[in-house]
Design a protein around this ligand. Structure first.
Ligand SMILES: Cc1cc2nc3c(=O)[nH]c(=O)nc-3n(C[C@H](O)[C@H](O)[C@H](O)COP(=O)(O)OP(=O)(O)OC[C@H]3O[C@@H](n4cnc5c(N)ncnc54)[C@H](O)[C@@H]3O)c2cc1C
Length: 820
C-alpha cells in the first residue's frame, strides 16, 4: 500500500491485521459488495504468523462446519492458482496414517462422515500408502486414509493475492499503520486511533492473529488466546526428481506431519511439552511491539522427540541434513478452535486464534466472517468457532494458558466421546459438590462447571445393561442405566445448577422477547414457555425456556455451555431493536435441582406446604414455594419426560436443599443421577439439543418444533418471514428418530445415514434408551425417507448397521407421565 497516501478520516469497515486472515476477510467483504473497507497493518503484509507457516492445507477436521470451510478454501486456492496472481497451490493429496488400531477406527469414523459432505476421503492399504509416499517405513502402520484434494500453498503469496484482489475491488490497504486505540461509545464501535491518524468507522474486524488479545483489550474485549511457539524443520535436498509431488503426510500417533519442499521435506509436529511463548509470571499474551517479520530462536531440545519420531516413520530423516528449523509463534485458543464473530461490543468482530490451521482455514474464515458482517449471520453453524462460546471463566489469563497448553499437547489425540479435560479443574461447583464427591460422583466438565455424569456406586444396580461397543462404551458405566431406570420407576434427583440462567428485565423486556422468540413468551406471570430464538433465515440460534417472573422480569434457562452465546444473541437483538432492557447472566445466583419421576410429588410433598396437585400446580408453570425451609422457585418442567420439578434456590441454600430432598426421598426409592442418564431419557422423549439436533442451519419446522412457532402473534418475530416462505415452499427434510437393530451399536454423531444405497442424512445425536431398550439415533432425512418404517443403515466405523425410522417420541407418546 502506498503509505504516502493520507489515511482516510473515515471508513465503514476497518480490518486490523494484514496476515492471511485480514486479507481474506477484506477480499470476501469486497466480493460481497463492501467497498468502504480499510485494512490496517502495523508493519508489512504477511509479517505476522503468516510468513513462516508451513502452508499445509488439510481439509478434514473434527467439526463439520470447519471441514466445509476448508473445502471452500481449497476451491478458492485452486482458482487463485489458475488466475493471474500466481499463487503456488500444490494439490498433492494428503495421507493420514494409523499407527494404532484406535487411530484406524478414528480414520474409519472420519471417512464415514466425510461422505456426507462429498469430501473424497478414502481408506487405503498400508501398501498403497507406501506407494504414494515411498519414504515411509510401514512398520507399525495398520492403515491409512487418502484425500486427493489436500495440498499445500505458499502462505505469503496467498496473503498478497487476497490483498491484491481486495484492492482491485476498492479496498484500501495501509501498511506501517499501527492501531493504538479503539473508540467505543455506548457499547458500540466509533473508530480506531492509529499512529498515522484516527479513522471513524462502524465496524472493526480484529484479524490480529497472536496480537488479537492485545487489540481486544483496546476495546475492552477479552480474546482468550495464547501465542505458542510452533516448530518445523526443513531438510536439505535429498529427494530424487519426481514427476508428481509427494502427498502431505500426517502420522498423529507419532505427533508429526511432513510435506515436500522443493527436493527436501518439511517436518513439524505437536510436542507433548509445548511452550507458550510470551507467558511469564506477569504476562500471558503480550507480543513485543517490534515483533514483525521475525522468528523465535530454534529450540532443538524441545523438538528432539518429534525429530526422533519422524525417523521412525521416514527413516531417511536420520541421515539427511537439516537446512533450518523454523520456530514461529502462533495464536492458540483453549479448545483449538478459531475465535470468530461479533463480540459484546457492537460492531467489533474478531477472526483470530487459528491454532496452526489458519492457512487451511483462511478462505472459509474470510467468507464466513464477511457474511457475518454483511448479512448479520454466517451461512454455516459455526458455534464451535464462535467467540461467544467463551464465558467469563476465560477472563482469567492463567486458566486460558492452562487450557491452551493442554489443547496443544493433545492436538493429535483422539477425542473419544466423554473423555474429560484435566487442566484448570475444578473451577465452578454447585453447593452440593461435596455431597456428590462424597457419594462417588464421576464428574464431567462443561463451561468450567463440575457436573455429575453418574455416581459409581449406582453401577451394581445397572448390571446387565448393554455396554455399547467401541468408543461409545469407553467412558460408560452401568450406573447410567441404573439412574435412568430408577428415575422412570420411582424418582431421580439431578444437580443442574450449571444451567446457564439469564435474566431479562426492564420496560422493553416483554416486547424484546416476543420479537426474539418464535413462541409466545410474554404470557402470565408464572408461565413457563419452551421456545427458540431464530435468525433472519429462520435458523435456530438459541433454544431455551422462559419463565415470566414479573411484568418486566423474565428468567431464561439454557444449556450450561450456551449462556454466553445466548446472552450475546439476545443483546444483539436488543441493540438492533433499540430495546430498553437489562440482560444479566445470573447463573451462579441460583442452584437448580431437578426432581423427576413418578414419586417426585410424593417426595416433595413431605417438604412443602404448597399444593403440588395437577390443578394447583400446572405443567409449564412456576411458583414461589418453600421446600424444607428454603425459599424456592419451583418450575414444573421436565427434560426426561416424567412428572417433576426443577427447584431454583439462592445458592447459599443449595447444600441444605439438596440434603433435604435427598433425605426425604431416599427411603422412597429416590436415586441421585447424572447427566448421562438425563441424556438417555431425553433421547427417548425426542427432546432436542441445540448445537447438534438443532442449529442455526435448521428451522423449527424441520426440527419438528413447529408447535412452538406462533406465526400469527402480534408484532411478528425474528425469522418469521423466512419461516413463512419455507412453509410455502414445503418441507424438504425433517429430523427423524431411528433405532438400530443391534443394541450394542451406538452412534457418536455425524455418521452418514443411508436409505438403500443413497446417503440420505447425517446423525445429529444418539445414544441408548434404557427403557425402550434400543439404540437411538437422530438425523435429518428427506421427506420421502422420513416415514416411520423406512429401512436405514448407519455407518459405524466402516460397518453399515441396519435400523429403521420410528415414530417419536419413542417413550410415552401421549405424555401421560408428565401430567402425573
Ligand atoms: C511454524 C508455523 C507453522 C504453521 N503451519 C501451518 C500449516 O502448515 N497449515 C496451516 O493451515 N497453518 C499453519 N500455521 C498457522 C498459520 O500460519 C496461521 O494460522 C495464520 O498465518 C495466522 O494468520 P493471521 O492473519 O491470523 O495472523 P498473522 O499472520 O499473525 O497476522 C496478524 C497481523 O496483524 C498485525 N497487527 C497486530 N497488531 C496490530 C495493530 N495494533 N495494528 C495493525 N496491525 C496489527 C500484525 O502485524 C500481523 O501482520 C503455522 C503457523 C506457524 C507459526
Amino acid at each position: 500500500m502506498p503509505t504516502d497516501q493520507p489515511l482516510p478520516a473515515a471508513a465503514r469497515i476497518v480490518i486490523i491485521g494484514g496476515g492471511v486472515g485480514g486479507a481474506s476477510v477484506a477480499y470476501h467483504l469486497s466480493e460481497m459488495g463492501e467497498r468502504d473497507v480499510l485494512l490496517l497493518e502495523r508493519d508489512e503484509l504477511t509479517s505476522g504468523s503468516t510468513f513462516h507457516s508451513a502452508g499445509l492445507v488439510g481439509q478434514l477436521r473434527a467439526d463439520p462446519a470447519l471441514t466445509r470451510m476448508n473445502m471452500y478454501s481449497v476451491d478458492l486456492y485452486r482458482k487463485l492458482q489458475a488466475g493471474e496472481h500466481g499463487v503456488a497451490w500444490t494439490e498433492s493429496g494428503g495421507i493420514k496414517l494409523a499407527s494404532s488400531p484406535e487411530r484406524l477406527q478414528e480414520i474409519r469414523h472420519q471417512i464415514s462422515w466425510a461422505r456426507t459432505y462429498g469430501l473424497p476421503l478414502q481408506e487405503i492399504s498400508v501398501h498403497e500408502a507406501a506407494e504414494l509416499f515411498p519414504l515411509i517405513s510401514t512398520e507399525g502402520v495398520v492403515g491409512a486414509a487418502y484425500l486427493p484434494s489436500d495440498g499445500y500453498i505458499d502462505p505469503s503469496q496467498l496473503c498478497n493475492a487476497l490483498a491484491n484482489l481486495a484492492r482491485s475491488n476498492g479496498v484500501r490497504v495501509a501498511t506501517r499503520t499501527r492501531v493504538v486505540g479503539i473508540d467505543v461509545e455506548a457499547g458500540r464501535i466509533r473508530g480506531v486511533r492509529t499512529d498515522q491518524g484516527d479513522v471513524a468507522c462502524e465496524i472493526v474486524v480484529n484479524c490480529g492473529g497472536m496480537f488479537a488479545a492485545e487489540i481486544g483489550r483496546m476495546a475492552g474485549v477479552r480474546i482468550p488466546l495464547i501465542p505458542m511457539s510452533h516448530q518445523y524443520l526443513v531438510t536439505e535436498a535429498f529427494l530424487p526428481q519426481r514427476e508428481n509431488p509427494l502427498p502431505t503426510l500426517r502420522d498423529p500417533d507419532l505427533l508429526v506431519y511432513y510435506r515436500q519442499e522443493v527436493n527436501g521435506l518439511v517436518m513439524g509436529g505437536y510436542e507433548r511439552d509445548p511452550e507458550p511463548w510470551t507467558a511469564t509470571e506477569r504476562s500471558y499474551d503480550a507480543v513485543p511491539a517490534d515483533f514483525n517479520g521475525r522468528l523465535l530462536p530454534e529450540n532443538w531440545p524441545r523438538f528432539e522427540q518429534l525429530a526422533q519420531n519422524s525417523q521412525v516413520r521416514v527413516p531417511a530423516m536420520a541421515d539427511v541434513g537439516v537446512r533450518m528449523i523454523v520456530n514461529g509463534p502462533e495464536a492458540f485458543t483453549p479448545d483449538n478452535e478459531f475465535c470468530l464473530g461479533e463480540t459484546d461490543v457492537a460492531g467489533f468482530f474478531v477472526a483470530a486464534g487459528f491454532c496452526a490451521h489458519g492457512i487451511a482455514g483462511a478462505g472459509g474464515i474470510g467468507k464466513i466472517v464477511a457474511e457475518w458482517i454483511v448479512e448479520g449471520e454466517p451461512s454455516l453453524d459455526v458455534w464451535h468457532m464462535d467467540i461467544s462460546r467463551f464465558g467469563r471463566d476465560y477472563r482469567s489469563p492463567q486458566r486460558t494458558l492452562e487450557r491452551t497448553v493442554e489443547s496443544y499437547r493433545r492436538y493429535y489425540d483422539i477425542s473419544y466421546p466423554g473423555r474429560q479435560r484435566d487442566a484448570g479443574r475444578p473451577l465452578r461447583m454447585s453447593p452440593a459438590y461435596p455431597w456428590h464427591a462424597a457419594n462417588g460422583a464421576y464428574f464431567g466438565e462443561k463451561a468450567g462447571w463440575e457436573r455429575v455424569d453418574y455416581y459409581e456406586p449406582n453401577a451394581f444396580q445397572g448390571n446387565g445393561a448393554p455396554r455399547p461397543d467401541g468408543w461409545a462404551g469407553r467412558y460408560w458405566s452401568p450406573a447410567i442405566a441404573a439412574e435412568h431406570a430408577a428415575t422412570r420407576r420411582t424418582a431421580g434427583l439431578f444437580d443442574e445448577s450449571s444451567f446457564a440462567k439469564i435474566e431479562v428485565s426492564g420496560p422493553d423486556a416483554a416486547t424484546l422477547l416476543e420479537w426474539a422468540c418464535d413462541n409466545r413468551v410474554a404470557r402470565g406471570i408464572g408461565d413457563v414457555t419452551y421456545t427458540q430464538a431464530l435468525n433472519r433465515h429462520g435458523g435456530i440460534e438459541a433454544d431455551f425456556t422462559v419463565n415470566r417472573v414479573a411484568d418486566d422480569v423474565f428468567s431464561i434457562v439454557t444449556g450450561t455451555a450456551f449462556g454466553s452465546h445466548d446472552m450475546s444473541w439476545l443483546r444483539k437483538q436488543a441493540r438492533r431493536r433499540g430495546a430498553d432492557v437489562r440482560i444479566d447472566d445470573v447463573t451462579g445466583r441460583d442452584v437448580c435441582y431437578a426432581l423427576w419421576g413418578p414419586r417426585s410429588r410424593e417426595i416433595l410433598t413431605q417438604l412443602t406446604p404448597a399444593d403440588l396437585g395437577n390443578e394447583a400446580f400446572r405443567f409449564m408453570t412456576a411458583q414461589q414455594i418453600t421446600v424444607a425451609d428454603v425459599p424456592v422457585r419451583a418450575l414444573r418442567v421436565t427434560f426426561v419426560g416424567e412428572l417433576g420439578w426443577e427447584l431454583y434456590a439462592s445458592s447459599e441454600y443449595g447444600a441444605t436443599l439438596w440434603r433435604s430432598v435427598w433425605e426425604a426421598g431416599k427411603d422412597l426409592g429416590l436415586v441421585a443421577g447424572g447427566y448421562r442418564a438425563i441424556d438417555s431419557m431425553r433421547l427417548e422423549k425426542g427432546y432436542r439439543v441445540w448445537g447438534s439436533d438443532i442449529t442455526p442451519e435448521t428451522t423449527p419446522y424441520e426440527a419438528g418444533l413447529g408447535f412452538c412457532v406462533k406465526l400469527g402473534k402480534a408484532g411478528g418475530f425474528e425469522g418469521r418471514d423466512a419461516l413463512l416462505a419455507s412453509k410455502e415452499r414445503g418441507l424438504e427434510r425433517r429430523l427423524c428418530a431411528m433405532t438400530l437393530h443391534d443394541p450394542h451399536s451406538v452412534v457418536l454423531g455425524n455418521e452418514p445415514v443411508r436409505v438403500g444405497d443413497r446417503v440420505a442424512g447425517r446423525v445429529t445425536s444418539g445414544g441408548y434408551g434404557y427403557t425402550v431398550d434400543a439404540s437411538i439415533a437422530y438425523a435429518y432425512l428427506p421427506m420421502a425417507d422420513a416415514e416411520p418404517g423406512t429401512a436405514v443403515s448407519v455407518d459405524l466405523f466402516g460397518d453399515w448397521v441396519d435400523g429403521v425410522v420410528v415414530a417419536e417420541p419413542l417413550f410415552d407418546p401421549a405424555g401421560l407421565r408428565i401430567r402425573g
